[in-house]
Design a protein around this ligand. Structure first.
Ligand code: ZN
Length: 420
C-alpha cells in the first residue's frame, strides 16, 4: 500500500532528527535543535499545499488547510475551525541522538531483540499489547536510544491526513489549523503558544497512547508548601528546650498515609507526594505535589496534610507547622464536559475507523489540558505509540494508519454535524 509506505518513510525521516528537549534549560525552545525538525515541517507543510506555513520566533509552526466546503452545501460556513497538534521534542532523560529506526515486518509474536544493544529486548511476555500485533509491521529504535514515536508518530500521522485530503479533493472538511510545538516533554509546550494566532475553536492533540485511546481527563494538581518552625538551642544544653524542625518534619511526613503516594497508586487514585525537603534545626520546608482527578479529592488530601501539621504542633508544643497551597492545574474534563460533542465526535471517529474507543485519563498534565484552560478545548487522540520515554518504545505501522483514518472520520463527522 503506497500510503502506508509514505507514512512509514516520513515517520522514519522525522525520528532520525534529534529533538530532545531539556528540563534544565531556561531558553525557549529549551534546545535549539528542535528547530531542525520544525524547519523541515514548515517545508513539508508547504509541499502538502498549506501555503501559509511558518515558524515563529519561539519555534511554533502553524499552518492552515482552508475549508473546501462549497457555497450552497448545507455545512458551508458552519464548521468551526479545528486544530490538530503534535509535539516535536522527545523525552529529556533518554537520548534521542542518532535514532536508527528498525522496521520489523510481519511480526511473529515473539520477543524483539534490538540490534544496537541486544541486551534490550521487548519481551512478548511483558507487553500484553504485543499479542495483538502479530503479523503487523512494528517500528522500534535499535536499543541505544528511544524511538521518538512520542510524538513523531502523531506528527507524521497529521501529515498523512493532510495528504489524504490533498489526494481526495472531494472529501469535505472545514477549516483546519495545524500546529507543531516544542518542549511538551518538559511541560513548557504552551508557554508562548498564541491561542489567537492559532485561531482554532476546538482542537485535538495526536500524542502518545495505544490504538483506540481517547484522553479527555487529566489530574487536578496543586502544590503544597509546608514550613516547620522549631527552636534552636546549643545542642549541649538543649534538653527540654530544643524543637528540631528537621525531626519534626520527618515525623510529619512519615505520619502521612503511605498508601497515598505515587509508588502505591494507579488508575484514578490520587496522591500526596513530597518532592523535596530542605532546612535546619530552626526551620525545615517541604514541597508536595497533590494530585487527584477531582477537586474534592485534592481537598481531602490537603485536609490530611493540614491534620498532620496540627498533630505535630500538639506533639511538639511550641513548634509551628504551616501549609500553603498553590493551584497548579485542573482536570480538563471540567471544561470538556461543557463541550461534550468535541470528545463524542472523536469517539465516533474511532469507532468508524473500526476500533473500540477506550476513554482514558492521564495521570499528569498535558499541553492539551493547558490549551483547554487557555480557551481551546483539546482532548487527545491516540498516535499508537507504546512504551514511550524508553529504549523499548515501539509503534505498529497499522496503528499509525488507524490514527490517520480516525482523523479523517473525525473531520467527516464535524461536516455532517455542522448542518442545521
Ligand atoms: Zn507526547
Amino acid at each position: 500500500m503506497p500510503d502506508r509506505e509514505s507514512l512509514l518513510d516520513r515517520f522514519c525521516r522525522y525520528v532520525r532528527i534529534d529533538t530532545q528537549s531539556s528540563a534544565t534549560s531556561s531558553s525557549y525552545p529549551s534546545t535549539e535543535k528542535q528547530k531542525d525538525l520544525l524547519r523541515v515541517l514548515v517545508a513539508d507543510l508547504k509541499a502538502a499545499g498549506l501555503a501559509d506555513a511558518e515558524m515563529d520566533e519561539h519555534g511554533y509552526v502553524m499552518a492552515t488547510l482552508p475549508s473546501n466546503i462549497p457555497p450552497g452545501h448545507p455545512a458551508f460556513g458552519k464548521v468551526p475551525t479545528l486544530g490538530l497538534l503534535g509535539h516535536v521534542d522527545t523525552y529529556h532523560e533518554v537520548s534521542g541522538a542518532g535514532v536508527q529506526p528498525q522496521v520489523h515486518r510481519y511480526y511473529d509474536g515473539g520477543d524483539i531483540v534490538l540490534p544496537g544493544d541486544p541486551s534490550v529486548v521487548i519481551r512478548a511476555a511483558e507487553e500484553p499489547a504485543l499479542a495483538a500485533c502479530k503479523g503487523l509491521t512494528i517500528v522500534t529504535g535499535d536499543g541505544t536510544t528511544l524511538l521518538g514515536a512520542d510524538d513523531k508518530a502523531g506528527v507524521a500521522e497529521i501529515f498523512e491526513a493532510l495528504w489524504r485530503f490533498h489526494d481526495q479533493p472531494t472529501r469535505l472538511h472545514g477549516p483546519i489549523r495545524v500546529a507543531f510545538t516544542p518542549d511538551e516533554e518538559v511541560g513548557r509546550g504552551t508557554e508562548h503558544f498564541d491561542v489567537k494566532r492559532f485561531g482554532a475553536t476546538f482542537a485535538y492533540t495526536v500524542d502518545g497512547s495505544g490504538v483506540g485511546e481517547l484522553e479527555s481527563e487529566t489530574f487536578c494538581a496543586d502544590t503544597a508548601f509546608l514550613t516547620v518552625t522549631g527552636a534552636d538551642v546549643h545542642p549541649g544544653y538543649a534538653k527540654g528546650k530544643m524543637l528540631n524542625a528537621v525531626r519534626i518534619l520527618a515525623d510529619l511526613i512519615m505520619a502521612l498515609p503511605q498508601h497515598r503516594t505515587p509508588e502505591t497508586t494507579e488508575g484514578r487514585e490520587g496522591y500526596l507526594h513530597p518532592i523535596n525537603v530542605s532546612g535546619n534545626v530552626s526551620e525545615a520546608k517541604a514541597q508536595f505535589l497533590v494530585r487527584d482527578f477531582a477537586e474534592e479529592g485534592l481537598r481531602d488530601l490537603e485536609a490530611t496534610l493540614n491534620a498532620a501539621a496540627a498533630w505535630v504542633e500538639r506533639k511538639y508544643p511550641g513548634a509551628r507547622a504551616q501549609v500553603e497551597i498553590k493551584e497548579s492545574y485542573r482536570n480538563m474534563k471540567y471544561v470538556l464536559d461543557q463541550h461534550a460533542h468535541v470528545t463524542d465526535y472523536a469517539e465516533e471517529a474511532i469507532r468508524r475507523a473500526g476500533l473500540t474507543p477506550k476513554r482514558s485519563s492521564i495521570r499528569g498534565g498535558t499541553d492539551g489540558a493547558r490549551l483547554t484552560f487557555m480557551g481551546v478545548p483539546t482532548p487527545n487522540l491516540f498516535d499508537g505509540s507504546m512504551n514511550f520515554h524508553g529504549k523499548k518504545e515501539y509503534v505498529p505501522l497499522e496503528w499509525m494508519e488507524s490514527a490517520v483514518d480516525t482523523m479523517l472520520h473525525l473531520f467527516d463527522i464535524w461536516v455532517e454535524k455542522s448542518r442545521d
